[in-house]
Design a protein around this ligand. Structure first.
Ligand code: GLV
Ligand code: MN
Ligand code: MN
Length: 413
């Protein structure tokens, strides 16, 4: 059968995205759907309802990952998989993650209404807690599923209020019975917004990353000595926030200092007791280091860690350092990446071979199955913000590329 003229329904994809964007909508036009919150539950419920309408075989595993399987002609063959995440950043955007769940849903709807049966089954997936902003680390449930992380480690992670991942997963009713354990996957595609400026800058529509940078996360805890700010002289203070300020700048200067291709960021900080007239005696902050070169990222960490220890010592602030999480850079399956580029070309869409600076569940999937991603442009290169946007036309284009990649992989022997 010739599928050349088969297209997704762009208007329907738009309306599902708009429907989802109502859940956790923020006044600034974005969404806040932190993992395992009531908003996450509401969006999951809607997703499951839509899966049921397609009569998919639905499984929820012990990490809350939601799978919907569409039967193929030969269900003994490993399926093709596609998905992403429903959760968002605090004050996040309407496209990050959810496009990669609604995109394959739209592709399956298209196959369904055209009575197209593929050789292999196709599985759509929503991975729990991709963002990692409520419970670190990120991509934790694809990590457990792929066998890279321990389930009980994930269950024990706590949010800023001390609530555990497991308690919150149970509270929203999404602790499933199926083991979070990989099965053979023929190919995994993740459809996503670019989250950076390259496609827009080049005037191109489809991006196919050759892979994802490494992600290294650290948590730093400092102790100082609290005191009344007025009567306490400047000399002899042990100000945990001042020590942190020096450390943050060291992180910011790190890429320049190391002279390689990397980025380094402090994005989260808690200061205690956080009163304008008390010298801070406790600070927690995070460090995020990314590069295509894992060794460079490690060397950079060793360098900045030594700076942290020296600063902590000179300010008399005891320091505790946690090496929270590392995922190595992920070079994708070259054949599948080429398929994304070729498919875009065949459909008449301009395209770019690039890299992904953002982390994705595709990193862990890449450890167990041939993996590729499909990117569409982010307006102004902005993401993880309420104004994050991609045109509906581009969402449709990416959906078409996904549809055709899925069909090709699902019809392979
Ligand atoms: C995931 O959103 C990341 O931190 O790149
Ligand atoms: Mn994402
Ligand atoms: Mn994200």
């Amino acid at each position: 059968m010739d599928f050349k003229n088969l297209h997704i329904n762009g208007k329907r994809l738009q309306s599902t995205l708009e429907e989802m964007a109502k859940i956790g909508a923020t006044p600034g036009g974005g969404v806040q759907r932190l993992t395992l919150t009531d908003e996450d539950k509401q969006a999951r419920d809607l997703f499951v309802k839509w899966l049921k309408e397609l009569e998919l075989d639905i499984t929820i595993d012990e990490m809350g990952n939601i799978f919907g399987k569409r039967a193929g002609k030969n269900n003994d063959l490993p399926p093709v998989m596609s998905g992403s995440h429903i959760d968002s950043q605090p004050k996040g955007g309407r496209f990050d993650g959810i496009l990669g769940v609604m995109g394959p849903l739209e592709a399956l709807r298209t196959l369904h209404e055209n009575n197209i049966q593929t050789e292999r089954p196709i599985v759509i997936v929503d991975w729990t807690n991709e963002e990692g902003s409520r419970f670190a680390p990120a991509m934790v449930s694809s990590g457990v599923w792929a066998g890279a992380l321990e389930r009980d480690y994930a269950y024990g992670r706590t949010d800023i209020n001390g609530l555990t991942f497991l308690d919150e997963l149970e509270r929203i009713g999404y602790r499933g019975k199926a083991p979070a354990k990989k099965w053979p996957v023929h190919a995994y595609y993740e459809y996503h917004i670019e989250q950076g400026p390259m496609l827009e800058r080049e005037g191109l529509i489809i991006g196919a990353p050759k892979g994802i940078l490494c992600l290294h996360w650290y948590d730093i805890y400092l102790e100082g000595e609290a005191n009344q700010v007025g009567p306490t002289p400047m000399e002899g203070r042990h100000d945990a926030l001042c020590a942190t300020a020096e450390m943050i700048l060291k992180v910011n200067q790190l890429p320049d200092k190391m002279g390689g291709n990397m980025v380094a960021t402090v994005g989260e900080i808690q200061n205690y007791p956080n009163s304008r007239n008390i010298i801070p005696d406790k600070v927690h902050f995070t460090v995020d280091i990314r590069s295509w070169d894992d060794d460079l990222a490690i060397r950079a960490w060793e360098d900045v860690k030594a700076d942290f220890e020296a600063i902590a010592h000179s300010r008399g602030c005891p320091i505790k350092i946690e090496e929270t999480w590392r995922v190595e850079h992920s070079p994708f399956d070259e054949k599948l990446v080429q398929r994304v580029l070729k498919t875009a070309e065949n459909l008449g869409y301009s395209n770019l071979h690039m890299v992904s600076g953002a982390g994705h569940d595709a990193s862990y999937m890449n450890q167990i199955a041939p993996t590729a991603m499909i990117f569409v442009p982010s307006i102004g290169g902005r993401s993880h913000v309420e104004v994050e946007a991609t045109t509906w036309e581009d969402c449709e284009v990416g959906g078409n590329v996904l549809l055709h990649c899925l069909i090709q992989s699902a019809n392979e022997n």
